[in-house]
Design a protein around this ligand. Structure first.
Ligand code: AMP
Length: 171
């Protein structure tokens, strides 16, 4: 479990680090791959969510998933994309967070993912949590925690760090 003080401060920043669904570039599962190729080129994000017509989250799409299909005999061609849609190449196994998830899980998932999609109980896409926004929230906490909480060093911990210092000096 993360410290209660840090969890409380993170929650006050929650609205700033969740990027809402309507601000997130996404594609539909039945969009032609040529359309997805153009969109990924324009938005310049490396990975974007794939939704169905009712905003359910179905997958994630990257440019390499598309270009991999364009490689023909050491050449690149749009021809193989003609009959393909996003659902033919998207990634379907990935981490998600429920809107009810706690900060502990969110932090663990952001260690391995630059962003994590957030869904409600019906798997409707609500937005993304990004490592970048979380780092900004931590930066805020690191600078402000002593304004909001009394932080005292535990005696035993102080003792250990002094001992460690002595050990390093004599090493
Ligand atoms: P950032 O935190 O801005 O570096 O973004 C990390 C990753 O999150 C990007 O590479 C994208 O895959 C995704 N991402 C961030 N913002 C958006 C957005 N507005 N729309 C779609 N994907 C996004």
């Amino acid at each position: 479990m993360i410290a209660k003080s840090i969890e409380e401060m993170l929650l006050t920043k929650q609205n700033s680090f969740l990027i809402p669904g309507d601000k997130v570039a996404s594609v539909q599962e039945d969009n032609p791959l040529t359309h997805a190729f153009l969109l990924l080129t324009k938005v310049r994000y490396s990975k974007i969510p794939v939704l169905d017509g009712e905003s359910h989250l179905l997958g994630l799409l990257t440019m390499p998933m598309i270009t991999d299909r364009m490689i023909e005999l050491m050449d690149l061609s749009f021809d193989p994309l003609k009959d393909l849609t996003v659902k033919d190449v998207m990634q379907t196994e990935f981490d998600t967070l429920k809107t009810t998830a706690d900060m502990d899980l969110a932090l663990h998932l952001l260690v391995d993912n630059p962003f994590v999609p957030v869904v409600d109980e019906q798997n409707v896409f609500r937005g993304i949590l990004t490592r970048r926004e979380m780092m900004k929230a931590f930066n805020y906490i690191a600078h402000n925690i002593e304004n909001d909480y009394e932080i005292t060093e535990k005696a035993s911990r102080h003792h250990i760090s002094k001992l460690a210092g002595t050990e390093i000096k004599h090493a």
